[in-house]
Design a protein around this ligand. Structure first.
Ligand SMILES: Nc1ncnc2c1ncn2[C@@H]1O[C@H](COP(=O)(O)OP(=O)(O)O)[C@@H](O)[C@H]1O
Ligand SMILES: O=C(CO)[C@@H](O)[C@H](O)COP(=O)(O)O
Length: 576
């Protein structure tokens, strides 16, 4: 590739970091940079793990100014590594469901930023609310109950919006904030998702929402391809309020490609971007993750970020209250299937931190990994009397199943019978394997209808490849245990930019958005340019005969355990 060829920039504005990745048209990575909110800005904004918490109300949120300050820092770090003037297109991925409330000065502030000053100082007056609800927020139980009741059942809401009501989904968040701070809502001119917010800063005007990310709101009618009128009425508080909410939400862009417009002159003058650089639609971090490689049917991605998510791309729209369907970010008629767990990376860290402290300079995960690999599947020993260990490690209230915070340890016989609570628990070392198994068993339970027997084999139904991405994908022990439970006929793989997959998906999206030929799909364009070598590495065998089946035998007991805990520990509004 000539060293004056076009470059593409992808962002990932996630819970704990803002990451950026620059690639060439041939998809080669040329530069990466990141800002870690706690490390780089934690002392100024008081965040821990990227967020602020008001536990008495179940609120979790992030300061919008912190994200903007991070944007200046990440661009400074990037300009030291790569010629920003060669960047032809920018897209990105952002944590889903979060909402940014713009005030009446928004358009003026966005359009008149001066290149000598940092972004955050100039946009202070642009917002009606200075914090954005984070996806870990669980303050909206009452609103969720109203949303689920709107069409009589949670199943019907899931049919329409792709998901039953969830605390973090933007519809219930807007509904609650409108009730809690009515004057703030009054002063709000527009509401963005985090993805459309970041795109707005780059184009210098409020950008439309994205066709995939909009499905994380419980407001978008997926089969009807429009805002749901009854849901707008419920969230806004009455028929006469619907129009006001519709204006605040704005239009939804149907095309995931193309350009939203050229980059704002602020970035041209301050960072030397070309005035020709185009801003493609930004999307959610999970939709962008499925764009980080050409995903084939039966391939699954497990994203091990702050949240843990399980993703598949499918042409079949089969929603259910226990999981999510989103429009595919680039391909009309395709969908993304998603499971999302709050107790992902941070829960694994809690189990790790309960083990003896590592020596100075030792890998903090060393002991956790050693124990996870040393413990046999399900903690079963060869003794006939040995019982399988199953646990739930919910340090935060969980999404699926909707269980309050707590930890539970159960055992059952190796044949899956005789489930009972393990009153005495087991040694902390054993938890290292059991927590990973527990997270993977939950994914296997809920995705079993989406997988089928691999063609031409006698193997049981399972994914073809499992791709691991996100911070936790760097961990070989986690990869091994996930492969043991979920299988994968072709094995477990990790992306070479493992922790940066969403940003990479964003950068690929920018390439496709701006280089596609008439009618050329994302899969066609990226499929032609993507080379397995140098992009992914096989990290584990996946399916292991006997081991995979053993987990299948206890799957019913795992489900029974969840159901019995749900009876006594369901999340209810009274807890917040
Ligand atoms: N070697 C490792 N083993 C296990 N987990 C890790 C490792 N390195 C990072 N992580 C986990 O990755 C998480 C951050 O992942 P990342 O994808 O960067 O998060 P996000 O995109 O949500 O900000 C951390 O919470 C940490 O637990
Ligand atoms: O809520 C969800 C998906 O529904 C989360 O997956 C967020 O999108 C945040 O992701 P990370 O910061 O963990 O990457």
């Amino acid at each position: 590739m000539a060293d004056d060829g076009p470059l593409y920039l992808g962002f990932d504005l996630s819970t704990q970091q803002l990451k950026a990745i620059v690639i060439q048209s041939d998809l080669q990575v040329v530069a990466e940079a990141k800002v870690d909110f706690d490390q780089d800005l934690g002392s100024k904004y008081g965040v821990y793990k990227g967020v602020l918490v008001k536990e008495e109300e179940g609120e979790v949120f992030a300061p919008v100014a912190m994200w903007l300050e991070a944007l200046d820092i990440v661009l400074q770090r990037l300009e030291a590594k790569t010629p920003l003037g060669r960047i032809k297109g920018i897209s990105g991925s952002c944590q889903q469901h979060g909402s940014v409330f713009w005030g009446r000065m928004a358009e003026h502030c966005l359009a008149s930023m001066e290149p000598e000053k940092p972004i955050y100082l100039q946009l202070l007056a642009a917002f009606s609310h200075h914090v954005a609800p984070n996806w870990q927020d669980h303050s909206t139980q009452a609103e969720c109950e109203e949303l689920d009741a709107k069409f009589e059942t949670a199943e019907k809401l899931a049919q329409i919006t792709g998901s039953s009501a969830h605390h973090r989904f933007t519809g219930s968040q807007i509904m609650r904030l409108k009730r809690k701070i009515p004057f703030m809502y009054e002063y709000t001119s527009r509401i963005s998702l985090v993805s459309s917010f970041l795109a707005s800063v780059f184009i210098g005007t409020v950008a439309p929402m994205d066709i995939s990310d909009v499905c994380g709101m419980n407001l978008w009618d997926i089969p009807g391809n429009c805002w749901s009128e009854p849901l707008l009425e419920l969230v806004s508080g009455g028929k006469e309020e619907v129009e006001g909410l519709r204006i605040r939400l704005g239009d939804v862009r149907q095309d995931g490609g193309g350009s939203l417009g050229p980059i704002s002159s602020y970035f041209v003058k301050r960072y030397g971007f070309s005035p020709e650089c185009q801003i493609a639609p930004f999307t959610g971090d999970n939709p962008a993750t499925i764009l980080a490689l050409p995903l084939r049917p039966l391939d699954a991605i497990v994203s091990l970020g702050t949240s843990t998510t399980f993703l598949m791309s499918t042409p079949v729209y089969k929603p259910d209250p226990s999981y999510h369907f989103f429009n595919h970010p680039t391909t009309p008629g395709q969908y993304m299937f998603m499971l999302c767990y709050k107790n992902g990376g941070l829960a694994r860290e809690k189990v790790r931190d309960a083990l003896p402290k590592p020596q100075e300079g030792e890998d903090p995960w060393a002991r956790f990994n050693k124990q996870a690999l040393r413990t046999r599947p399900l903690g079963l020993t060869p003794s006939a009397a040995s019982r399988a260990k199953l646990g739930l490690y919910f340090y935060l209230p969980e999404i699926v199943p909707n269980i309050r915070a707590g930890t539970w340890r159960y055992t059952c016989n190796a044949d899956g019978t005789g489930l009972k609570e393990a009153e005495q628990g087991w040694p902390a070392d054993t938890d290292a394997r059991i927590i990973i198994e527990s997270q993977a068993l939950s994914m296997r339970l809920r995705s079993q209808n989406l997988v089928s027997k691999p063609e031409g084999t006698e193997l049981p139904a399972q994914p073809r490849r499992i791709y691991l991405v996100g911070g936790g994908s760097l961990n070989p022990a986690i990869a091994r245990v996930i492969g043991d439970v979920l299988g994968g006929t072709e094995g477990v793989y990790k992306l070479d930019v493992g922790g940066n997959a969403c940003a990479l998906g964003g950068a690929y999206k920018a390439v496709w958005a701006l280089e596609r030929a008439e009618g050329e799909t994302f899969d066609e364009l990226i499929g032609k340019r993507w080379k397995e070598e140098g992009a992914i590495q096989k990290f584990g065998d996946g399916y292991k005969e006997g081991v995979f089946e053993q987990y299948g035998i206890v799957l019913g007991a795992f489900e029974e355990m969840e159901k019995s805990i749900l009876k006594v520990a369901r999340n209810t509004s009274s807890e917040f």
